[in-house]
Design a protein around this ligand. Sequence first.
Ligand SMILES: [Zn+2]
Length: 433
Amino acid sequence: MQYNFKAIEEKWQKHWLKQQAFHAAVDAARKKYYLLEMFPYPSGKIHMGHVRNYTIGDVASRFKTLQGFNVMHPMGFDAFGQPAENAAIKNKTKPDLWTHKCIKEMETELKKMGFSYDWEREISTCDSDYYKWNQWIFLKMLERGLAYKKASGVNWCPSCQTTLANEEVVDGGCWRCHTKVEQKDLEQWYLKITEYKERLLEDLGQLQHWPERVLAMQNNWIGRSSGVDIYFGLKGSAKIIPVFTTRVDTIFGATYIVLAPEHPLVKELIKGRPEEKNVLSFIDKVAGESKLVRTSSDVKKEGVFTGALAVNPVNNEEVPIWVADYVLMEYGTGAIMAVPTHDQRDFLFAKEHQLPLRLVIAPQDGSVKPAQELKEAYEGDGVQVNSGEFNGLNNLEAKVRIASWMEQKGIGRIQTHWRLRDWLISRQRYWGT
Ligand SMILES: [Zn+2]
């Protein structure tokens, strides 16, 4: 038997249209069911990905209808953004003309698929009767202080005259024209999502049956960490360098500290020192690298000595100040203390640059090795050694005691830092709300 697609599909699509089969009307007698799939971007033609995705939604919608639900299944287009703007420039037309032409084409194709949409409820995010609500929400957020403007450093291509996302910076150059990318301070709009950080974190607990992997990603994105800001001194100066750590129990094992290349103190530290030129060229090199790569665990960490010394406030020991790519200004205080014996990343860095090691937590089983013989950092729990008056304490207890001891002495402060940052929304140029 032959299935005559054209004739049969057309016949039923006409029938559905005449019957208004997919029109969602108010009906108090039936239970409501709202089904929404991700809107397509109007790029011009539908592809197999659309067919696959929207067939799944169509099956769900028809299934619910057959179960007796009053299903509302609308369709629309996510129609603003850079791709439409670029396509319009390329085709020498206007973004709205281009976008509406694409929408017409895709509508025709989607209708031919016979999907169960209520086309009367179609929306397009670039139409003013839709985006006026976007603007309304934005104004509400502005009133409440949840939308604000501030100057911040962005990647800037002087040739394209545009900002670039970190992913668009390739080997320090613009992905489009390879011009060397500059850091530029520009006024940018932000949404204050950090206002909701506690709720975002707490409410993850309400997400039943979510994959562990997704929850872990969310957790990591919010990135709450509790610890201590330790006030390291700067040798030969009254300046303080706050250093954030979640492992204050290892403070007596800090053998150097590391600043982010973007740290505001760096240029002052190196001024007039023999190390100055070397550090400046290192900073310049790192400025062109993506932050994702800089902090990923499988990339070798690089750094340089500044020539300056910091003073560890718990024992007045002088330790060298380094600048390294793996420390980011956006997280914590932009400075870390390095404890190579108890942190694997610090361990690898210290071995590479022949920096000293000192063990301050001995494993519970008594298997103490001289620090120099360690093959890797010991990151587990144990008993404090080489830690002054805290020797002999379990490190978890020491963590609490050292933190409050430091607060009392005014050389540290118990702190919570978050990885979550406010959302930069200034990327739109022309074709957007
Ligand atoms: Zn460019």
